[in-house]
Design a protein around this ligand. Structure first.
Ligand code: GLV
Ligand code: MN
Ligand code: MN
Ligand code: MN
Length: 407
């Protein structure tokens, strides 16, 4: 059913857009690269016989008709990336969904429900520190105020949208909300080692850990590195480094929570200047929301104490807060049955990484199919999943879609 050569050649072709020197991919939202990638995916959607459109926030949608009055089955993922990311995180899901619908068309299989494939706008949050913009819009939870957030150059999401040809106002934003959705299904690479350890190519996802992203800033005093005695300094980087060390310690004490400082800016960033200001991000996640929030409170308390002891100003802002979400029990059963049908052992696992389906919590039942990641590496140019596993993922999606359609 699945034409894996076609799927893999599309994956390869798509990965050339935004390719970095070491073989990674950088495609941020509302950029030239992203628009070019979307145009290519739109072409694949047309080849699959889908009707293609962009919604108000720039989600790319390919539709297939069904019986009048029945709710839509939504399939999707994203094609934006982290800085110097891999070529599988996101595209595997979008291209598998397109492949499934193309295969159904070629086989002349009709479904009762309308089906839409969606390539969501900005899942990663790389550009604005605010992810899942497209899926928030589809869920109806994106607010106009959210679009005031800015990128590193001070361009707001709203401005970036306008520049990319998607000018938005509150009324238009409402049109991106999807009502009458039966279910959301996504294929994604695992980005961890569980499937590899279990020696299987695909797995069923039980739920998704929820991220909190914070921005912290410590303000000390930028002074001469030679002329200021050690006892008279307010070195913001020393304070920041103490807090960052504690982030790791606290998270280690609260499994299964994880916490990461992945981005830092030192100002003025000179060899002979005592750092006056340091700003960094903290990404805290867990499938257990209480645990995650305990970690957050402990980190904030330590940061406040450290800043006070050193007589420095501390600023904390929240970039995003997404609750963990469980995958729908019934859909999990259908996915497990589909996995068994292709002769694979059924392994179920939670997702540590975030995904667009999280935005549908309490709105749309979701199901996710994971594809094995080699060495568990992701958000890295060395990210890799094998064609034979991607084929299994697409096959499981195909089967799950048919089962869901009959329900
Ligand atoms: C994106 O992949 C995320 O999980 O933050
Ligand atoms: Mn992803
Ligand atoms: Mn990712
Ligand atoms: Mn993600």
């Amino acid at each position: 059913m699945i034409n894996i050569e076609r799927l893999m050649s599309r994956l390869e072709e798509l990965s050339k857009i935004g390719k970095t020197e070491d073989g990674g991919v950088t495609r941020f939202s509302f950029t030239k690269e992203e628009a070019e990638a979307n145009a290519l995916v739109a072409r694949y959607m047309e080849e699959a016989g889908l009707t293609v459109e962009y919604d108000a926030v720039g989600n790319l949608i390919g539709s297939r008709e069904g019986e009048e009055g029945l709710p839509v089955i939504l399939l999707g993922s994203h094609i934006d990336t982290v800085p110097n990311g891999g070529k599988f995180d996101g595209p595997v899901g979008v291209l598998s969904a397109i492949e499934v619908l193309q295969a159904l068309n070629e086989e002349g299989v009709s479904l009762r429900h309308p089906v839409k494939v969606i390539s969501f706008k900005d899942e990663e949050g790389s550009r604005f520190g605010f992810g899942m913009i497209g899926s928030r819009a589809v869920a109806g939870t994106l607010a106009m105020e959210d679009l005031e957030r800015t990128d590193e150059r001070g361009v707001s999401i709203l401005q970036a949208m306008e520049e990319a040809g998607f000018p938005l106002d509150a009324a238009k934003l409402q049109t991106a909300k999807m009502d009458k959705v039966k279910a959301y299904l996504e294929v994604h690479i695992e980005q961890g080692k569980v499937l590899e350890r279990n020696n299987v190519g695909v797995g069923n996802v039980t739920g998704i850990a929820g991220p909190v992203w914070l921005k912290m800033k410590v303000v000390g005093e930028a002074e001469h590195a030679g002329a200021t005695p050690m006892g008279q300094r307010k070195d913001a980087l020393v304070a920041a480094s103490m807090i960052i060390q504690e982030v790791e310690k606290i998270a280690r004490m609260h499994p299964p929570a994880v916490a990461t400082v992945g981005k830092i800016a030192v100002s003025p960033n000179g060899v002979n200047v005592i750092p006056g200001e340091v700003e960094w991000t903290i990404d805290i996640r867990s499938t257990d929301e209480k645990r995650r929030d305990e970690v957050e409170r402990a980190i904030v308390a330590f940061a406040e104490r450290t800043a006070e002891e050193r007589d420095m100003r501390l600023e904390i802002s929240e970039l995003q807060r997404v609750p963990p979400v469980g995958c729908d029990e019934r859909i999990q059963t259908l996915i497990q049955e589909s996995i068994a049908e292709i002769g694979s052992e059924t392994v179920s696992l939670p997702s540590g990484a975030g995904h667009d389906g999280m935005q549908f919590k309490d709105r749309i039942p979701i199901g996710m199919i994971f594809v094995r990641s080699i060495d568990g590496i992701s958000h890295n140019p060395r990210e890799l999943s094998l064609a034979e596993d991607i084929e299994k993922g697409a096959e499981v999606l195909y089967r799950t879609l048919l089962k869901l359609d009959r329900e």
